[in-house]
Write a protein that binds this ligand. Structure first.
Ligand SMILES: NC(=O)c1ccc[n+]([C@@H]2O[C@H](COP(=O)([O-])OP(=O)(O)OC[C@H]3O[C@@H](n4cnc5c(N)ncnc54)[C@H](O)[C@@H]3O)[C@@H](O)[C@H]2O)c1
Length: 375
């Protein structure tokens, strides 16, 4: 059966437009059971609404999100607004009886995430949170490798997401650099969901967190000739313990805005006594797999376009950010339609709450300079 998913977007900025681009390329998905149509967009900024006029299926452009939510044409709402607005708008979406794909971090803090989770459960609506990198072929191979049991005894895990443009002190301030709109968790709210999605899905739930948080620049140009306070955490290194096969295993979660040279670099490394695997978007085609026999090797494989949902793209082509974002939306649509078929799914509300528990523990750990238990 070929059903149509009618989407409304609240927040037509960077990510709202990325979603529109994913919907516009939906036909690359091969024999996919759900079609998608972007029907309505809401943003404060008229200039952004104008951009969406080029999409023929968009029937409603509004500056008032309640107007979008009142539309019977909208089935699912994608909300991509600053973090301090997540809770109130997500709750409005649920109250309006719509399904939700919520941008991370799923509320500005743990308390907000819990309230959203409770409301989602009561509403019975289909709610998931955004995190796209695990849908690339490399991370999918990491999942398969771990599940195949080829690791042996687990040694350590490292999951990272690094940016570097904040190294430039002349970069103007924006809402992601201020606690009021980004949240006390700072860089963890911005980048943290990306590093916990795959580990949590593999059952690696931290039982203990020791955090090192850094604020390097305390102010930035305000874009009007003055300076504005920049009070969020820039870098966060979370040293956690997870239990795998009864063994306590170190897992490091790194989110950094000040990682020299890195532009949106997502990476993961999982090491065991028998095998290991390593992938980074810095080398998007390259997968490293460790093998130990009499000698030891890191074997390099060039990956192609083996995405979870097959596409018309050539099997030897290389995927990028827009592709994994489209794959994430395909996972959302498929799971909502009961057609995920055992594939990797989007972040669940429970996982989103667990991510916030880790970040809240990190704040406490940094303040007390001690490890915080999560059990
Ligand atoms: N999944 C990812 O890879 C990824 C990447 C970047 C950002 N994000 C997340 O997406 C969300 C948005 O980030 P962004 O980078 O797109 O920000 P952005 O600033 O580019 O866009 C946010 C938009 O929301 C609009 N807006 C603000 N309040 C509104 C309201 N009440 N009603 C309607 N529109 C409103 C703003 O005008 C702006 O256009 C955040 O939660 C962020 O963490 C996710």
């Amino acid at each position: 059966m070929n059903s149509v998913l009618r989407v409304g977007i609240i927040g037509g900025g960077l990510m709202g437009r990325e979603a529109a681009s994913a919907f516009a390329r939906w036909f690359v998905l091969n024999n996919f059971p759900v079609q998608v149509e972007l029907v309505a967009v809401c943003d404060f900024q008229q200039s952004l609404l104008e951009w969406f006029r080029q999409i023929p299926t968009v029937k409603l452009l509004t500056q008032n999100h309640q107007e979008l939510l009142a539309s019977p044409e909208v089935d699912v709402v994608y909300v991509a607004v600053p973090h301090h607005l997540h809770e109130s708008i997500y709750l409005d979406v649920l109250k309006a009886g719509k399904d939700l794909l919520a941008e991370k971090p799923f509320g500005i803090d743990l308390a907000a995430a819990r309230r959203i989770n409770d409301a989602a459960a009561v509403s019975g609506r289909f709610v998931r949170c955004s995190s796209e990198f695990p849908f690339l072929p490399g991370p999918q191979r990491v999942v398969q490798f771990v599940q195949s049991g080829r690791l042996g005894k687990p040694l350590e895990i490292r999951s990272c997401f690094w940016h570097s443009s904040d190294l430039d002190p002349s970069k103007p301030i924006n809402w992601k650099r201020q606690v009021r709109s980004c949240g006390e968790i700072g860089v963890m709210g911005d980048l943290g969901m990306h590093v916990v999605h795959l580990p949590l899905r593999l059952g690696w739930n931290p039982i203990r967190v020791y955090a090192q948080l850094q604020k390097i620049y305390s102010e930035r140009p305000d874009g009007r000739g003055g300076m504005a306070p920049c009070d969020t955490w820039d870098n966060a290194m979370l040293h956690t313990d997870v239990v795998i096969d009864g063994l306590e295993t170190p897992m490091r979660l790194e989110t950094k805005r000040l990682a020299p040279g890195s532009t949106n670099t997502w990476s993961i490394e999982v090491l065991g006594t028998e095998g290991g695997i390593r992938y980074s978007t810095a080398e998007p085609k390259t997968l490293w797999v460790f093998d130990r026999q009499k000698e030891q090797w890191w074997n390099r494989t060039e990956l192609g376009f083996q995405t979870p949902f097959p596409t018309i793209s050539g099997g030897i082509f290389e995927p990028g950010f827009p592709d994994c974002f489209l794959q994430m939306w395909a996972a959302y649509a498929a799971e909502r339609a009961g057609a995920l078929g055992g594939r990797f799914g989007c972040v669940t509300p429970d996982e989103a709450v667990r991510s916030h528990q880790i970040f809240a523990a990190a704040l406490e750990s940094h303040q007390t300079h001690s490890a915080v238990s999560l059990t």
